[in-house]
Ligand binder design. Structure first.
Ligand SMILES: [Zn+2]
Ligand SMILES: [Zn+2]
Length: 300
């Protein structure tokens, strides 16, 4: 069913057809506020708050239920309510002091780079391809900066805060120094901006829609919170898609303090021999021995 949406803001963007409920809601949001900069800023801020804390809530509840303890990666380290409360306050403060300002700058950037925000949205295939591209780029960005943050000065002065919890929990995902929040945040918002810039240069690239960027940010938030959840279930995504890092991968990072630097996938840690944990160490030694044996045989 299609719905006619007419803008009352004078913007031609919404004087068009919304073909589904989501598009209708999206258009109504912009029409309601009558100020596109305010509408985008508020949308990003609220989506971030609701999706982040909304995703943390089930993990907080699971922490209270002993049945789930068998799925906890570090079963003896259930976070206390006091720890979760302290973490919640610190993250909320950071959202207002560090992330609120850059969020309001997003709409002016969108206008400069011709990021569309009217309806209808692009096809789901285009949106899917763009989001996969952002996942791949962000993962490499995260790997590089996270690895850098584990070097001397950077660790001591910036990243140490995030490692306060050796057994992480959902809320701890964004518990970090402001410099880390900004540097890793560039990996999330920087690639859609770079993509939009390239799309203005190369006509063959489909343009990007603000809804796609919102969707990408939500998925990235879910990935960050879930990887800190501390739980690995038989139905977790990494059980069906082995390249996916999941909670097990990042929990080990917090447990061992070194290795497993990537965010979404296991590829970079595997390729660059930075996987952490006892099993990874055994496999590394085995691979090195195999290589030596092969060399030895060739030399004979
Ligand atoms: Zn780290
Ligand atoms: Zn972490």
């Amino acid at each position: 069913m299609s719905t006619n949406v007419t803008s009352t803001t004078g913007s031609a963007l919404f004087s068009t057809i919304a073909s589904n409920k989501v598009e209708e809601l999206w258009a109504s949001w912009y029409i309601y506020w009558g100020n596109d900069v305010l509408a985008t800023g508020l949308l990003f801020f609220l989506v971030h708050e609701f999706m982040y804390f909304g995703r943390c809530l089930p993990w907080f509840i699971i922490d209270q239920i002993p049945y789930f303890n068998k799925y906890k990666i570090q079963p003896n380290k259930i976070p206390t309510n006091q720890q979760q409360w302290e973490c919640f306050k610190a993250v909320l403060k950071s959202h207002f002091l560090v992330e609120a300002l850059p969020i309001w700058l997003f709409h002016p950037i969108c206008s400069q780079l011709k990021i569309t925000y009217g309806v209808p949205f692009p096809s789901w295939k285009i949106q899917f391809a763009q989001i996969v591209f952002f996942f791949i780029c962000e993962d490499l960005w995260h790997y590089s900066f996270h690895r850098l943050f584990h070097y001397g000065w950077f660790y001591k002065n910036i990243h140490k805060i995030h490692h306060k919890y050796a057994a992480p929990f959902g809320l701890a995902a964004e518990y970090a120094h402001p410099a880390e929040v900004m540097a890793l945040g560039v990996g999330t918002v920087g690639f859609p901006i770079l993509y939009a810039f390239l799309a203005t240069k190369y006509a063959s690239l489909p343009s990007i829609h603000l809804f796609t960027i919102t969707l990408w940010i939500v998925l990235r938030l879910f990935q960050a919170v879930d990887s800190h959840s501390g739980y690995d279930f038989p139905w977790s995504l990494n059980k069906f898609f082995p390249l996916w890092a999941g909670a097990e991968h990042h929990d080990d990072h917090h447990h061992y303090f070194i290795g497993n630097y990537a965010s979404s996938f296991r590829v970079w840690d595997w390729l660059l021999s930075t996987e952490c944990g006892d099993l990874a160490r055994v496999n590394r030694v085995k691979n090195a021995n195999n290589k030596n044996e092969k060399k030895h045989k060739i030399g004979k």
